[in-house]
Design a protein around this ligand. Structure first.
Ligand code: FMN
Length: 400
């Protein structure tokens, strides 16, 4: 089916480039519906975009002869909302959850993916309030941004703030519309495990779950049927993914093991505890009056990935992807884990990068001899990269 893109245009000089973007979308075979802010109509006429998209352009919230709830209906059929240019004020309105004009209301009501290409004067771009608004939109709502470039700006100054070129925005949009994992069942494990000592104390680790959630989100968007087996984290379940909560390593082993046989791909990002307390107490442990020392005996947890490697040894499916968290010599550790775990792909990363933050730097190795350093990338970008590798292994790379 033809992808349906909602193209939002807000009021900056770069609005003239949205005509070219609209043309590129149409040339790509997408259905395009344009929504403009009132300010945008001062920079480029609706007639231009109406002619290029072949559809009437929407600007006003009230008085439309077409529909009484245009702000909801416009987004209902769209696969993607692309806003280019996105002004500082539009980003601020959206970050505040406002719906004071048609384009803000359409955005607030839209449930799909949003891709925004900010464009503004350098000082506006570097203002911490703009950064905060963008952070909120990406962390709360999963918005993706095509970062502006540096150069001479319409206001006469030079610096970052110039809208990305339409071709670059098209590439980012195509990536978000990709359905190359359609029909595949993917299981992702994420987050830490929690090993109870007693009902109020436990041993765990600092895994935030972000890497696994980014993979689940991207896989689901790319058409896969996704099950996310997750330790306790404070992240919302990505749209379309099925969440299976698991607390301890044993819970996680059970949850993964029960589902593994029917999967095409298993990506194990969870930071599973190597050990658990040998005798967890079912009542709160009390300290003795003169007790100066307490020993908690730990026993080995199962190695879930190695268990899967053994179970599916020699099989092409499920494709097994593991993560190796190291403090040094990442590539050597990743290569060695390929063999010891029986995985098809290992993604090695440094603990200092992997835990907590939004960025990562990884080395991807596979059983066909691939050795690829990603350089510093966001966890979302790394998720896309890993999934593209998996798609290629399964002969899906050419299906966009
Ligand atoms: C000539 C001119 C150029 C402008 N360019 C930009 C711009 O590139 N980015 C931006 O954020 N605001 C720019 N503005 C300010 C916006 O047009 C203004 O904040 C407006 O309220 C944005 O409305 P909108 O977000 O509904 O489109 C410009 C204003 C003028 C007069």
């Amino acid at each position: 089916m033809q992808p349906f893109v909602l193209l939002g245009v807000t009021g900056g000089i770069a609005a003239y480039k949205s005509a070219e973007l609209c043309r590129l979308f149409v040339k790509e075979g997408y259905a395009v519906q344009v929504v403009m802010s009132r300010a945008a109509t001062r920079f480029i006429t609706p007639l231009t975009l109406e002619t290029l998209s072949g559809r009437p352009v929407h600007v006003r919230m009230f008085g439309s002869p077409r529909s009484r709830v245009e702000h909801v209906e416009l987004g209902a059929q769209a696969n993607l909302l692309v806003v280019a240019p996105a002004t500082a004020d539009y980003l601020a309105r959206c970050a505040a959850g406002r719906a004071n004009d048609l384009i803000a209301a359409v955005t607030l009501a839209f449930k799909g993916k949003v891709l925004a290409a900010p464009a503004m004067n350098t000082n506006m771009w570097e203002n911490p309030v703009t950064r905060r608004n963008m952070d909120a939109l990406s962390s709360l709502l999963g918005w993706q941004f095509v970062q502006p470039g540096s150069g001479e700006l319409a206001c006469g100054s030079t610096g970052p703030g110039r809208m990305a070129e339409p071709g670059e925005i098209l590439v980012a949009a195509k990536q978000l519309l990709r359905r190359d994992l359609e029909g595949l069942k993917i299981l992702v494990s994420a987050g830490p495990t929690v090993e109870d000592i007693d009902p109020v104390r436990f041993i765990s680790n600092r895994s935030s779950g972000r890497m696994g959630y980014a993979i689940a989100e991207a896989a689901s968007r790319r058409g896969a049927d996704v099950t996310l087996v997750s330790g306790p984290v404070s992240l919302p379940c990505p749209q379309g993914a099925r969440l299976v909560p698991a607390r301890s390593a044993l819970d996680m082993e059970r949850a993964v093991g029960e589902r593994a046989g029917s999967c095409d791909v298993i990506v194990m990002t969870a930071a599973v505890a190597d050990f658990r307390p040998a005798e967890p107490s079912d009542h709160k442990l009390k300290k003795g009056k003169a007790e100066e020392e307490r020993v908690v005996r730990l026993v080995r947890n199962p190695d879930i990935l190695a268990g899967l490697g053994k179970r599916f040894a020699g099989a092409r499916r499920p494709v097994l992807v593991g993560f190796a968290l190291e403090t040094e010599d990442v590539e050597a550790a990743a290569v060695s884990k390929l063999k010891t775990k029986g995985a098809h792909v290992i993604v090695g990363n440094l603990a200092r990068d992997a835990f907590g933050g939004d960025r990562n730097e990884a080395v991807i190795v596979d059983d066909a001899g691939l050795r690829e350093s990603t350089g510093p990338v966001t966890k979302s970008a790394l998720a896309e990269l890993i999934l593209s590798l998996v798609a290629a292994r399964l002969g899906r790379a050419a299906r966009e």
